[in-house]
Design a protein around this ligand. Structure first.
Ligand SMILES: Cc1ncc(COP(=O)(O)O)c(C=O)c1O
Length: 483
């Protein structure tokens, strides 16, 4: 048996894996040291980034392979050397978390075991562990453990699509003939994630089925505007099928007033989906969890543990208040979940997802929850929130910077104030300068058409001094752009 045909499982799997993991880690370590910072310098023109794996003398798919050890060392080194490292304190652009080592180690085991959750006979322990994770998370949401359930997803995008698909089916069944009554509509704020409108498109409703609800002065969904928007939809003869509230908008981390919105949806018998992809991790924090009051009244919830949960991608979670709401996804498939097998206790999770094959992403989450506990994860959330507050006060105290608003969770939106030149162009260019120099990865967004910079702080090991240095680098880059 050559090293290339050794398998990861079986009684010798661990013996095959151990040296290969060491080899891969050596390459990873070398590449990380060679990169020497949050990203490779010179942006898209960085050495080797164009050629990629094709830059190796044998090409990307040689006729004769180079062997596991060489492929792993060379390519792990290249991959990490040219990567962006979310564990570097100067990498603060996106909801792109630095994963915990314990979660990555657990994920390696999940890869080796290679369960699939769509049928019991591809992963009994995976099926059981996902149920455990769902139980733990639904109870943190505040759902009743007797009725609630859920499933791991690839992330907020898939969770939002799943929630809206179930909402559409639910509304269709309730109305019995929704098509005749009018066009289905989904109500969300202007700051809702773009995947909400895209889900409407994927569902065949058209992206313009997403109706924008007005914001209050803190850019939260305004309940009075929601009432008016619902009345207008009714007045047009259209059919509201769901309200999507956001708990943690992508840029500002704003949390819509969930309890007030729930009161409106409950009174009108409407589906409430809460996109808590970002802010849902606040359930771990005693300090921030009260911001999510009302989450337990939602019909469905999206939470991404690859954001405020420190998991490697993918670790999305989609939960419903009542397991019966999953009914439209149930399928009886002869080769996966025969009725008599299920009656005999061989239960699958096929009916919990739009996917068929589904890896045991819950395993790394289960290990992390047990290793750190709620309080351990809550401390990480609180630390990142503290860092955001520090960054905001530092921005406030820096004459060349202007804060957009106080941070709600762990993001800080601000802009550089140039002495001369077009502020939008200077902010955009200073961000690229920081990347080209290999110094920092700062986020970019826009409000009212004005370019803003953003720090998304998800690294609990970042220090206040790191934040100060990052903001100093922003100012220095801005000054150079104006020189
Ligand atoms: C509020 C919100 N919802 C949904 C998503 C999409 O999540 P994912 O990229 O995991 O699909 C994001 C991503 O940043 C988000 O911020």
């Amino acid at each position: 048996m050559t090293t290339s045909t050794q398998l990861a499982g079986g009684s010798s799997g661990h013996e095959h894996l151990r040296p290969l993991i060491d080899t891969a880690l050596d390459g990873f370590a070398k590449g990380t040291i060679e990169r020497n910072g949050p990203l490779p310098a010179r942006g898209p023109g960085a050495d080797g980034l164009h050629s990629g794996a094709g830059g190796f003398p044998e090409g990307s798919c040689p006729e004769t392979g180079v062997g596991s050890a060489r492929a792993l060392t060379e390519m792990s080194r290249w991959f990490s050397q040219h990567a962006i490292d979310p564990a570097d304190p100067a990498c603060a652009a996106h909801l792109h978390t630095p994963p915990l080592a314990v979660a990555v180690a657990a994920d390696t085991v999940a890869g080796a075991v290679n369960s699939s959750l769509d049928s019991w006979d591809q992963g009994p322990s995976g099926v059981a562990i996902e149920a455990e994770v769902v139980r733990a998370m639904t109870s943190l949401i505040g759902y009743s453990p007797e009725t609630a359930t859920g499933a791991m997803t690839s992330g907020g995008t898939e969770s939002n699509l799943t929630g809206l698909m179930l909402a559409r089916e639910h509304a269709g069944r309730a109305a019995n003939d929704a098509a005749v009554r009018g066009r289905p509509r989904i109500l969300c704020s202007a700051d809702a994630h773009f995947s909400v409108a895209r889900s409407a498109g994927v569902l065949g409703l058209g992206e313009d089925a997403a109706v924008e609800v007005g914001l209050d002065s803190r850019r939260r969904m305004d309940p009075d505007s929601l009432r008016r928007a619902l009345d207008a939809v009714d007045g047009d003869g259209d059919v509201p099928i769901a309200v999507v509230a956001t708990a943690g908008t992508t840029d500002l981390g704003t949390i819509d007033p969930l309890a007030e919105i729930a009161a409106i949806t409950e009174a009108r018998g409407l589906w409430l989906h809460v996109d808590a992809a970002y802010g849902g991790g606040a359930v771990f924090s005693r300090r921030l969890a009260p911001l999510l009051d009302g989450l337990e009244r939602a019909d469905s919830v999206a939470i991404d543990l690859h954001k405020l949960g420190w998991q490697p991608v993918a670790a999305g979670l989609f939960c419903v208040r009542d397991a019966t709401l999953f009914e439209p996804l149930q399928r009886r498939v002869a080769y996966l979940n025969a009725e008599d097998d299920e009656q005999a206790g061989y239960r699958s999770l096929l009916g919990r997802s739009l996917r068929t094959t589904r890896r045991a992403d819950a395993f790394k989450v289960a290990v992390t929850l047990r290793a750190l506990g709620r309080a351990g994860l809550g401390a990480l959330v609180d630390r990142c929130h503290d860092l955001a507050r520090h960054a905001a006060s530092r921005v406030r105290g820096t004459p060349r910077l202007a804060l957009h608003s106080d941070p709600a969770l762990t993001t800080v939106v601000f802009r550089y104030l140039p002495r001369s030149g077009d502020p939008d162009s200077v902010n955009a260019r200073l961000r690229r300068r920081l990347m080209d120099e290999g110094r920092a990865v700062v986020g970019r967004t826009e409000f009212a058409g004005a370019v803003q910079l953003k720090l998304t702080l998800l690294n609990p090991n970042t220090t206040e001094a790191d934040i100060d240095a990052l903001l100093d680098a922003v100012v220095a880059a801005g000054d150079k752009e104006c020189a």
